[in-house]
Design a protein around this ligand. Structure first.
Ligand code: 6MZ
Length: 303
């Protein structure tokens, strides 16, 4: 974990760079679809940004990474969704051979998508399974889209035993009980954010032992929760029946690498070193990588 001055610089930089973002602002999601997509619009820029992301996680001391992206065709550069995924997978393969960090790819379905696009994402994921795709995600602006249309696509993924994770109860307007129960019908192995959850849905999440991807900095800086770090629902879920995978969301936007998320949890929830180790190990139970990878991680983290 970062210590001393580095800590301070990191926090100062993070605070300075994220002030203007809030999930409910009109400028949050266009940051991706208008600006980042506009900048990453050919194979060299996709390669450079992917390598940069991989390098920064590896140099942060991460040993297992599940990266996610929404398959994107870029007609102006003659790039198909398959080209896009293969370019990212090729960066991942190179990184996997040169660093102790093992990375896999999750393909996201954007909430704005049609069912046909969602099916295409599942088809692409299945076609690139042996090349490093390990799961499917649902992401995107929680104020748009009708998630109930995606049932047949998630059912195909589940039938093929392709693990599913879902952005879940991120905003009040995507947390109606019908939506949350529908999402649980898609049988996710993990869910992300998990903020505005009614009691009966919480009990079902705990009964199933679904993995929770919790992201402190993102939720605080994007004003997705009321209050600050110490008010984060990590405090409510930690020590209950669900494995917690402490995660980063948009490091480039919120400026907080994974080591800083662990530091925040230790500081604001008083976790001892032993509890921090227990937290990191609990994430192993809900990774999408297979038993062999779990064994590698357990060997590294218990050794
Ligand atoms: C609170 N944070 C968030 N909640 C929901 N969706 C998010 C997000 N942050 C980013 N994305 C979604 O991830 C995609 C960008 O990367 P890729 O083009 O896929 O690599 C966009 O679709 C964006 O809507």
């Amino acid at each position: 974990m970062p210590v001393g001055k580095f800590d301070y610089d990191l926090e100062t930089r993070a605070e300075a760079s994220v002030k203007s973002f809030s999930l409910s602002d009109d400028n949050f999601f266009p940051l991706f679809s208008s600006y980042i997509y506009g900048l990453c619009n050919d194979l060299p820029s996709i390669t450079t940004t992917t390598n940069s992301v991989l390098d920064s996680f590896a140099s942060d001391g991460v040993i297992y990474l599940e990266l996610r992206t929404t398959p994107r065709a870029i007609p102006s550069a003659n790039i198909t969704t398959t080209d896009y995924i293969r370019t990212i997978l090729s960066c991942i393969t190179t990184s996997n051979t040169h660093t102790p960090m093992k990375t896999s790819l999750i393909l996201s379905i954007d909430r704005r998508s049609t069912l046909a696009t969602a099916h295409e994402v599942v088809t692409l994921a299945l076609a690139h399974r042996t090349a490093g795709v390990i799961g499917i995600d649902l992401c995107g602006d929680p104020s748009v889209g009708d998630i109930s249309i995606f049932g047949p696509a998630f059912a195909r993924a589940a039938d093929a035993n392709l693990p599913i994770t879902l952005h879940f109860a991120e905003a009040p307007w995507s947390s109606r009980p019908e939506e949350l129960w529908k999402l649980l019908e898609y049988n996710p192995r993990r869910i992300g954010h998990v903020i505005h959850v009614p009691g009966d849905v919480k009990r079902e999440i705990e009964r199933r032992g679904i993995g929770l991807e919790l992201c402190l900095s993102c939720n605080v800086h994007a004003k997705m929760i009321t209050g600050s770090y110490g008010d984060h629902h990590f405090g409510e879920w930690w020590g209950r029946g669900c494995p917690v995978a402490l995660s980063t969301d948009d490091v480039g936007v919120f400026g907080s690498p994974l080591s800083n998320e662990y530091r925040l949890v230790a500081e604001h929830f008083g976790l001892s070193d032993q509890e921090i180790f227990r937290l990191a190990r609990s994430a192993v139970d809900c990774i999408f990588g297979g038993e062999e990878e779990k064994e590698r991680l357990r060997g590294l983290m218990w050794g």
